[in-house]
Design a protein around this ligand. Sequence first.
Ligand SMILES: *[C@@H]1O[C@H](CO)[C@@H](O)[C@H](O)[C@H]1NC(C)=O
Ligand SMILES: *[C@@H]1O[C@H](CO)[C@@H](O)[C@H](O)[C@H]1NC(C)=O
Ligand SMILES: *[C@@H]1O[C@H](CO)[C@@H](O)[C@H](O)[C@H]1NC(C)=O
Ligand SMILES: *[C@@H]1O[C@H](CO)[C@@H](O)[C@H](O)[C@H]1NC(C)=O
Ligand SMILES: *[C@@H]1O[C@H](CO)[C@@H](O)[C@H](O)[C@H]1NC(C)=O
Ligand SMILES: *[C@@H]1O[C@H](CO)[C@@H](O)[C@H](O)[C@H]1NC(C)=O
Ligand SMILES: *[C@@H]1O[C@H](CO)[C@@H](O)[C@H](O)[C@H]1NC(C)=O
Ligand SMILES: *[C@@H]1O[C@H](CO)[C@@H](O)[C@H](O)[C@H]1NC(C)=O
Ligand SMILES: *[C@@H]1O[C@H](CO)[C@@H](O)[C@H](O)[C@H]1NC(C)=O
Ligand SMILES: *[C@@H]1O[C@H](CO)[C@@H](O)[C@H](O)[C@H]1NC(C)=O
Ligand SMILES: *[C@@H]1O[C@H](CO)[C@@H](O)[C@H](O)[C@H]1NC(C)=O
Length: 552
Amino acid sequence: MDKIGHGKWGGWIVPLGVLLRLFTVITAQPGFLSISCGGKTDHTAENNITWVTDAGYIDVGQRADIDIGNVSALGSYLHSLRYFPKPLNKSCYQLPVTPNAPYLLRLWFVAGNFSLVKGNLEFSFSIETVDILATREVFSVISEQIYYEFIFVTSGRVLYICLVRTFSSYDPFISAIELRRLQDGMYQNNIGEGGRILVLQSRYDVGGNSVVRYPQDKFDRIWTPFKSSGPSRNVSSKEPISTTNTENLPPTAVMQTASVTLSETQPFLLDSTFDSAILLVLYFAEIETLNMSESRSFHVQLDGVQHSTITLMRNYSALEVTISPDTEIGRVELVESTNSTLPPIINAYEYYWEINSGRPTLSDDIYILNDIKGRFHIKDWISDPCYLIPWNGISCDDITGDIRISEIDLSGRKLTGLVPENIGDLTALVNLSLDNNAFTGPMPNFSNLIMLERLYLQNNNFNGNIEFVSSLTNLKELYLQNNNFNGNIEFVSSLTNLKELYLQNNNLNGNLKWLSEVKNLTKLYLQNNNFNGNLEWLSQLKNLKELNKQEN
Ligand SMILES: *[C@@H]1O[C@H](CO)[C@@H](O)[C@H](O)[C@H]1NC(C)=O
Ligand SMILES: *[C@@H]1O[C@H](CO)[C@@H](O)[C@H](O)[C@H]1NC(C)=O
Ligand SMILES: *[C@@H]1O[C@H](CO)[C@@H](O)[C@H](O)[C@H]1NC(C)=O
Ligand SMILES: *[C@@H]1O[C@H](CO)[C@@H](O)[C@H](O)[C@H]1NC(C)=O
Ligand SMILES: *[C@@H]1O[C@H](CO)[C@@H](O)[C@H](O)[C@H]1NC(C)=O
Ligand SMILES: *[C@@H]1O[C@H](CO)[C@@H](O)[C@H](O)[C@H]1NC(C)=O
Ligand SMILES: *[C@@H]1O[C@H](CO)[C@@H](O)[C@H](O)[C@H]1NC(C)=O
Ligand SMILES: *[C@@H]1O[C@H](CO)[C@@H](O)[C@H](O)[C@H]1NC(C)=O
Ligand SMILES: *[C@@H]1O[C@H](CO)[C@@H](O)[C@H](O)[C@H]1NC(C)=O
Ligand SMILES: *[C@@H]1O[C@H](CO)[C@@H](O)[C@H](O)[C@H]1NC(C)=O
Ligand SMILES: *[C@@H]1O[C@H](CO)[C@@H](O)[C@H](O)[C@H]1NC(C)=O
């Protein structure tokens, strides 16, 4: 099952200051980043691709060497993996990307003997940038080679690849990450300006007899030989094939082989069980030597409806047809034209699902959280704060269509210094816990946090007054105890929803009779302050269950 969400895209500004250890490795292949997860040393593979270890891109999880058995096709980069044991639930790689450039991303999951001790593979991963959120499940019962491939463009500078625990018993893992920068314009008509992602279903070299990838494909796409089922004839040529008329630049080696049907029709059946939009790219080139009386022309038909007509030239020039139908299709056919003397030919095709991004957290909120993360060096706050599994200490809510931060819990994290001012701009906060740290100084003006119901500031070294509280009329619990707050707090009479109020061990003052307005108080702690007035009105608080009076 596919779990990629659909929704609008959002902007997301990532302050570069908070990103750690992002660097680009200079390799023999500009625009390639090839990471052997859990690998011990960098190395160059048979096809000259430089593989690096994942040390610079993630700092959680554990490495393992694996035995992948007698599968010679699998590269040396798959002999290790990185897995993420409990209590890790979501662990992310951070990779640098160039904004607005198209990329191909391939993720490998090869368990080898690792799966024997851990059971079936069953976990998820996500791809996250400022404008793309997508997730997929990894599910397999045997130690097969599995890879997932995506093409996208993002306006962001950082790509997060996160391994997500979906069942408590299985540790997520990943074997290798291949990131290849494509040439500007490739697949651009289908990935647009960002926020959309192509998910590879199949990519075939029709008529070929071995896998083609780098260096024959300079973008390192993997083209597998197509096992054609109908009556057909494999043809090949040694002539160079021009791709100047194509957007996606298929490699010559792939275009040099093709299949010619022995009937008037060549059918392809697509797996159309998914309800997403599809993208089909067909590649054609005449590679047979034709005499002057021969010609080849055919129609591309989708479920019996004509889509386009292909008339091939004899100048070894590749043609490309991109199909992104409005409705689901199951059958693609190449049907010979009546004026053609030869049956259809096809050299290659690619088939993708087109996925829209899930909804990112509101960028203003992300900006503030990243600021807090940077200030307090919170290492485990990585990727989108709310997607799939919210950051530790964060809760999120959908507020009229925006994904907002509704809770921050930083209690007991040994934090010092001033509370960042801009927490006061997280206007969807319902709960804010800063308690049990060593914060100092006055509180920022939190008067815009009008949804706030619980404010826990106890057990810090705060001082100054707390006048801003008077506008927080939804407050139910206010814990200020064991600080050095001072000033008059008679204005707290406006907090009519307050149920719990802890003021003990501060230097607060004022007349206490205002408390008679706060009718629903159940817990009230007052001692060690400088309040004045008598406490006769206390009897009006019918719900009061706990009371700790001022000691004079
Ligand atoms: C690898 O690179 C070397 C030196 O650049 C070159 O001679 C060799 O042909 C390359 N091998 C492949 C498989 O591309
Ligand atoms: C898997 O194979 C590797 C390499 O032979 C070995 O180092 C590792 O201990 C094996 N793991 C298990 C769980 O058997
Ligand atoms: C691997 O498999 C191939 C063919 O299946 C066989 O020829 C070869 O001997 C095997 N190698 C090992 C090390 O088992
Ligand atoms: C991971 O999820 C489990 C189950 O929901 C939870 O008990 C555990 O605390 C989580 N781990 C972290 C680091 O949050
Ligand atoms: C064409 O090549 C493919 C891939 O090698 C092969 O599966 C198929 O049988 C060949 N077809 C014919 C008619 O030889
Ligand atoms: C062109 O080739 C076809 C098929 O090989 C043959 O039947 C025909 O006679 C040829 N025509 C000419 C003008 O050579
Ligand atoms: C081949 O011919 C077509 C049609 O005349 C033309 O558009 C294309 O540019 C030519 N290709 C090459 C490589 O000359
Ligand atoms: C054959 O007919 C198609 C239209 O059906 C046309 O586009 C093509 O140019 C024709 N080919 C030849 C060789 O006349
Ligand atoms: C706020 O905290 C209360 C009490 O712990 C909890 O029940 C509620 O779900 C929290 N609300 C949000 C939005 O996190
Ligand atoms: C706090 O901010 C509010 C609104 O931004 C403003 O009206 C109020 O005067 C400020 N309070 C203090 C004490 O600065
Ligand atoms: C007090 O609590 C009662 C019942 O819980 C509620 O109906 C009422 O609105 C509350 N009063 C105030 C002033 O919040």
